[in-house]
Design a protein around this ligand. Structure first.
Ligand code: PLP
Length: 408
């Protein structure tokens, strides 16, 4: 083959390698803290009750068919998705300066945004996109695929296991004017560390001064705090401040619709007399990109979400389900912290409850992570990230004791 010497073996996806190792392990008390998906207290996947209800409604509809959705997706899904992330009274919706396309979950939304920016973003010659260090590993691949140069801003302080706010601000303020800054809307992956509202306000000030472009990745709305508005606060604040920005919105975690690939990409232009015309042109280009990439988005997950988003009763049930998931995770954070403190495990453990969302950056180093895997059958990524959803009332004592042992 002419490709014989040209195509090198790609490295294995580290998360999938971890999952394979976990599956192979025959120890009964093994603990999986690698997965980025919610598990109930019995370590089982959880189909949200509201999703079951919506599914029954869908199945009983005699007119349901399998025709293509429009290129931009199901309007009954994209319109309430706008209201969900931007807020029902958002000026960006009222002024008709938001365009939304249904995407292949959050990943597809990030990709569509990256592709659009790679084609049209010319605010500076660098065209660099700045990621938090660290960030969701896939950001690197997605933006590299569309040939946008990648830079990073400091984010996680190994010392406090919280936000390196000064480092973040200093890099963002010295980045070339008009840089693209990728921000996690809430429940930062992988660290679980979010800026406070006061810090977000300061970030907005620097970004405005430097004319940067905010790219919000929102994969955990409602899943982080249990409160949909609270988790969308940063995005709504930036829109209020008049930023032109884009948002990648995923329904994987907050609906438990992981495999159904329900997501949305939103582009919001700044308030200007001709904003409606500008957004029309942007919409036309996004439609062409979408057509060439996926033609039409998948229907099932969007139909489920649409039923819930457009019905007050189902919506209230969804909010209750969100509180169940986020509440269990917050309980596990409290339990883990207090168990480690009871054991007198060396170090401080307040970061476990300060952090939020699916993941916690424990501060465990690679050597400790590998020892935990070999000696205690506990599986987590090498950077010391644990999925809080993998903990439950049956394994949390075991895990705390294993951590205690490896830290001493
Ligand atoms: N962005 C972040 C920060 C994530 O953590 C994830 C999922 O782990 C995603 C995007 C996209 O997920 P999906 O494509 O399953 O919606």
């Amino acid at each position: 083959s002419f490709l014989e010497d040209v195509v090198p073996q790609a490295p294995e996806d580290p998360l999938f390698g971890l999952m394979a190792a976990y599956r192979k392990d025959t120890y009964e008390g093994k603990v999986d803290l690698g997965i980025g998906a919610y598990r109930d207290n019995n370590a089982k996947p959880w189909v949200l009750p509201v999703v079951k209800m919506a599914d029954e409604i869908l199945r009983s509809d005699p007119n349901l068919n399998h025709e293509y959705l429009p290129i931009a997706g199901l309007q009954d899904f994209t319109q309430p998705s706008q209201r969900l992330i931007l807020g029902p009274d958002s000026p960006a919706i009222k002024d008709k300066r938001t365009v939304s396309l249904q995407t292949i979950s959050g990943t597809g939304a990030v990709h569509l945004g990256a592709l659009f920016l790679s084609k049209f973003y010319k605010a500076n010659t660098d065209r660099a996109v700045y990621f938090s260090s660290p960030t969701w590993a896939n950001h690197n691949q997605i933006f590299s695929n569309v040939s946008l140069p990648i830079k990073t801003y400091p984010y996680f302080s190994a010392k406090t296991k919280g936000l390196d706010f000064d480092g973040m601000m200093s890099t963002i303020s010295s980045a070339p004017e008009g840089s693209i800054i990728l921000l996690h809307a809430c429940a930062h992956n992988p660290t679980g560390v979010d800026p406070t509202q006061e810090q977000w306000k300061k970030i907005a000030v620097v970004m405005r001064e430097r004319s940067h472009f905010p790219f919000f990745d929102c994969a955990y709305q409602g899943f982080a705090s249990g409160d949909l508005a609270k988790d969308a606060w940063a995005v709504r604040y930036f829109v209020e401040q008049g930023f032109e920005l884009c948002i990648a919105q995923s329904y994987a975690k907050n609906f438990g619709l992981y495999g159904e690939r329900a997501g949305c990409f939103h582009f919001v232009t700044g308030a200007a007399p001709d904003a409606e015309k500008t957004i029309g042109r942007i919409a036309s280009q996004l439609t062409i990109l979408q057509r060439s990439e996926i033609s039409n988005p998948p229907a099932y997950g969007a139909r489920i979400a649409a039923l819930v988003l457009n019905d007050d009763k189902l919506f209230a049930e969804w909010e209750a389900n969100l509180r169940t998931m986020s509440g269990r995770i917050i309980d596990m954070r409290k339990a883990l912290r207090s168990k480690l403190e009871e054991l007198g495990t060396p170090g401080t453990w307040n970061h476990i409850t300060d952090q939020i969302g699916m993941f916690s950056f424990t501060g465990l180093n690679e050597k400790q992570v590998l020892t935990l895997r070999e000696e205690s059958h506990v599986y987590m990524t090498k950077n010391g990230r644990i999925s809080m959803a993998g903990l439950n009332t049956q394994n949390i004592d075991y895990f705390a004791k294993a951590v205690d042992k490896v830290v001493r």
